[in-house]
Design a protein around this ligand. Sequence first.
Ligand code: NAD
Length: 270
Amino acid sequence: MGRTKIGIVGCAGRMGLTLARQVAANDGCELCGGTEVAGSEQIGRDLGELAGLGSNGIVVGDDPAVLFAEADAVLDFTVPAASADHAALAAESKTTHVVGTTGFETLHQTAINAAAAHTVVVQAANMSLGVNLLLALTRRVAAALDPEFDIEIVEMHHRHKVDAPSGTALALGRAAADGRGVEHDDVAARGRDGITGERKPGDIGYAVLRGGNVVGEHSVVFAAADERVALSHIATDRAIFARGAVTAALWAQGKPPGLYGMADVLGLAD
Ligand code: NAD
């Protein structure tokens, strides 16, 4: 079998360029194209040059339909509305869709779920090996500790991030709720300000920090009287997410249609 042809939508973004470098570094795949949002100044430029790889003859385009038709897998770290549109193209062309975009609302997720009936979709709010281990550990620790332990999730990201709490923080909260056997949305305390009253027993609280160029830091704190357990992950380079995305794209080839997560890709599924 030849090398897997990979396309990148949003290829000139922070993750898009990191993905381009990661695809170039992996012998199992080759870059077949990239797109940017209509009107972007990057359209028409050489993607290799933008990514610091030297000219590779791949010109940033603006037609995702062409890209999905050409690629075996498309990596998508863009914005929710764009990822929802891309999902329809993935379904039509039966191309693997690796979705790293976060901040989805129900209508976007519905579009992704619909596409998964026709093609392989791998979606994860965080594609790193370490965070996916953290998710599995969080579920286990939440199941093992009694409800006397309050669960708080703290995250920090760079100043440009537009959604909060991060998709990863919410995934950690869901893993904790799952471990405890409760509905996440019934117990999530996502914003505290002013006279909030005492902490409600069973809540899963979120605290969000933004600043500098922090790639991503997450901690899950289990706090009881006189003791605390903290599980943490610190990302220092976006390459960890790109490595996970490329691994997912290669893993997906030949798999039946469906919605998969990184736990499936990494063999961590319960
Ligand atoms: P960014 O703003 O630097 O990049 C997004 C890119 O998408 C931009 O270049 C933008 O022009 C482009 N874009 C927007 N609409 C488009 C469209 N219709 N077609 C093509 N391109 C389009 O942001 P970023 O830091 O690279 O993050 C992108 C997303 O990935 C965010 O949702 C972020 O939270 C998420 N993210 C996920 C992971 C993970 O592991 N899952 C890791 C890092 C970031």
